[in-house]
Design a protein. Sequence first.
Length: 335
Amino acid sequence: MSPSRHTKVLIVGSGPAGYTAGVYAARAMLQPLLVQGIEPGGQLTTTTEVENWPGDVQVQGPDLMVRMEAHAREMGCEIVSDIITSLDLSRRPFTAQSDSGTVYTADAIILATGARAKWLGLPSEEKFKGFGVSACATCDGFFYRGQEIVVIGGGNTAVEEALFLTNFASKVTLVHRRNELRAERILQDRLFKHPKIETLWFHEVAEVIGAESPLGVEGIRLRNVKTGAITEIPCKGVFVAIGHSPASELVKDQLEMHNGGYVTVKPGSTETTIPGVFAAGDLTDHKYRQAVTSAGMGCMAALDAEHWLAAQGDQPQKDTILPMGYGAPEGVGAK
Ligand code: FAD
Ligand code: NAP
């Protein structure tokens, strides 16, 4: 039989939202259990300098996340290396199946599963993933010392990746489908001044081209979005940085969503459409998507869970079948 663990508050995810929820829920004496998932520390572990975390003029993303984990642990949050594979939110206590085989049950759940990199969806991109095509400059940049690299995208991630890759590459070409970047002005300024970086506007990827044996990228075929003209650029690496999608598969068909998969929360709160289930961070936020806003929402989720549990009399409610709808803090489960 699968081992099972019951907790008052189960936190799913170990990014800034999850760890902050862990700190607050532990300090509320809720003895939270946090499941880290496949990427302990979340998206910031895939970057280098973070320059907008208040209190640190500059901090390495992975270091910041190690500190957040230690902080949550120190406050009394139990942190488990496991992955939640499915969630049943239809009755309380809520049930979470996991990769390790442990079945977690919880009176309240805080979802903080964040977001994942988007891909272009081209067959040639798929073919060369791991063989010259990457979505993580911090992870893979080192392999391209002295080589030419192309970065796709026009947001903060693309610009940061292009700048970071200049540490290794002989030349970086940033390819964007418009002639205007979404990235912050300070990053744009650094990009345009960098002698190793060239920008190519109004182009999209038609195909990644490369050798079969050994499998590896040799270049990229680009289409001018205005004229349709095709150009080829030789390169050894293609870094796709076209944004992120919310990691909401676990709760698809169980919770209301907006903007293509972000979990909907009641305005000004972290309550989802199921009472006792709270959502924080990039999973619910299609607009700001920052470490500090995610951490803020993690705090809100822990406080919302604390108030909600107190209103339930802090009693686990066995086999309560749940309706959909925003749960008022004083609402007692089924309406
Ligand atoms: P995430 O950080 O996405 O973490 C999600 C967590 O959920 C992960 O730990 C994952 O393992 C876990 N998880 C997912 N599915 C499961 C599951 N099934 N079971 C268990 N756990 C699961 N923001 C800034 O403010 N400043 C920056 O400088 C900055 N730089 C960035 C650089 C890059 C390259 C990227 C990609 C993003 C950057 N951001 C930056 C954005 C910032 O990283 C995110 O806004 C923030 O990490 C979101 O936090 P989160 O806790 O919501 O989720
Ligand atoms: P983003 O801001 O959504 O930008 C995605 C970029 O990719 C856009 O320029 C978009 O073009 C382009 N794009 C999308 N789909 C495409 C496609 N199919 N083909 C070609 N181009 C495509 O994503 P992000 O840069 O990953 O940033 C995500 C969030 O994390 C943002 O909120 C960002 O502020 C945050 N973040 C912050 C920092 C920081 O604070 N330093 C660093 C990294 C990320 P269009 O512009 O034409 O739509």
